[in-house]
Ligand binder design. Sequence first.
Ligand code: ATP
Ligand code: MG
Length: 442
Amino acid sequence: MARVTTPNRIRGTQDIFGEDQRRFAHVLETFDRVRRLYGFQRVEIPIFEDTQVFARSIGETTDVVSKEMYTFADKGGDSITLRPEFTAGICRAYLTEGWQQYAPLKLVASGPVFRYERPQKGRYRQFHQIDAEVIGAAEPQADVELLALADQLLHELGIAEGVTLQLNTLGDAETRDAWRTALVAHFEQHRGELSEDSLTRLEKNPLRILDSKDPRDRPIADAAPGIDDFLTSEAGAFFESVTSGLDAAGVKWTRNARLVRGLDYYRHTAFEFVTDRLGAQGTVLAGGRYDGLIESLGGPATPGVGWAAGVERLAMLIGEPTTQAVDAVVIPLGPAAEARAQGIVAELRRAGIAADMAFRGNMKRRLSKANEQGAEFALILGDDELATNRIVVRNLKEGQQATTSIDNIGKVPLSLLWQIPTGGQADAAAHPIGRLLAEKPE
Ligand code: ATP
Ligand code: MG
């Protein structure tokens, strides 16, 4: 027979297992807990959308749209794109599903996103994001609340120490136009020294040159005019409200006047939470205010502000989460006990006790398996116990054991069960806990 080769995992995708999965799950659980504290409701949106949803809102000139999207024609010939982020899809839903009536809306989403990039540590083609948005609120308080949510999340994940919130303003439309004109004039003077990529950006998206990573561009970008000279008084006041709100909320931040966002529609607040611990992949969470995005999708002028974070990058930074232990392992000895043990594990699980059954190897092997699983109790059932409807409860941490009626399983806490004095019913009845057990709860 011809040798069958196993198909490979697709480049840039991940199978997440063991400790990696526990880290991943811990990030998502913490996010879900913290977003509730801030009154953000969760939404589920499609993994694929009409290509126009992303092309129009993210902007044709961004890296994401110009080279990173997974776009294909489906069997009906429609152009479909796997979501490279959440904001565009959420804004599409806001318009097509009539969510406008609930504005202002505080929403979160999470799940896989797709970008055709060169895979490396912390950079994948299918990765996962957590995302938070406030849609329909033009007030700087929305920006503050969203940033406080991000800050608390990082604190609760235990990684706030190594991470800095870098904050900037991109001003309002008037500010941005004036700044853009000055930037273009500056970059035009240095045309000859710019990288090819930045020459293209100069035509299409000159702000983007400011965060170029190419060493040829850096000195020119660093010498470029800053936005502060162009801020209108309204834009200045908005930024002042955001920063004083952050100070009041106890959120630490630093100004980075060079920080820009790729999207064409970003206005006012722009921010990144950056770590020095992940090398080139140092941005763990990023976002800003995107007044204008919803109009680009054919909706009415609607303010919005949001952020997204890479789950994998957060998962790499956190401490190792504890493994989830089972509370009890049932050890049956012999076929009759095995059948009865199925009923006992089921009873334990229905009572909310995490339980497993050890049915392989000798007694010693089974006990050590129970220990490896972190179980506090082993419940041992042999032919002798079966005959008297009793079971041995062994406290694995203390190394002591007691015998009790099988009927007590799932009705009396295991922590009490093992303390029953050994011996017959009479002894048990004399002991305070034994009396409790002897009452045979319903
Ligand atoms: P980068 O500069 O690293 O490419 P970006 O500006 O493209 O980031 P955003 O579009 O702002 O990133 O996405 C938000 C977050 O998603 C990032 O801060 C990062 O944590 C994460 N992220 C982005 N691209 C990837 C990827 N290819 N693999 C894993 N995580 C990613
Ligand atoms: Mg990118």
